[in-house]
Design a protein around this ligand. Sequence first.
Ligand code: SF4
Ligand code: SF4
Length: 81
Amino acid sequence: MIYTNHKIEFDPDKCVGCQLCYKACFVDVIRWNYEAKKPIFKYVEDCEHCFYCQSVCKRDAIKVLPDPSSERLHQHFERYE
Ligand code: SF4
Ligand code: SF4
C-alpha cells in the first residue's frame, strides 16, 4: 500500500466556475459538478503535483499541498534524479 496524505484546499467562495482547473488536470483528480458549477476533487492520492490547477486559477481558489513524507511523492521525484 502506498501511503499518501496529500491535500488540495479549495475555496468555493472565490471560484467563478471557469472550468480551467478541471480542464488542466490530466489525471482525473478534478471532476466537474455541472449543477453547482464548481470543481470536485476526487482521489487526491493520485495527484501528480504538477500544480497546473493552482497555476491556472486566476482567483487563487486552489492550493495544492503535497505531503513530503508520502512514498508516492518520493517515487515521482526519483524519476528525475
Ligand atoms: S480555475 Fe479557479 S475559478 Fe476556475 S473553476 Fe477552477 S477553482 Fe474555480
Ligand atoms: S496538481 Fe496537477 S494532478 Fe494534481 S489536481 Fe492539480 S492539475 Fe491535477
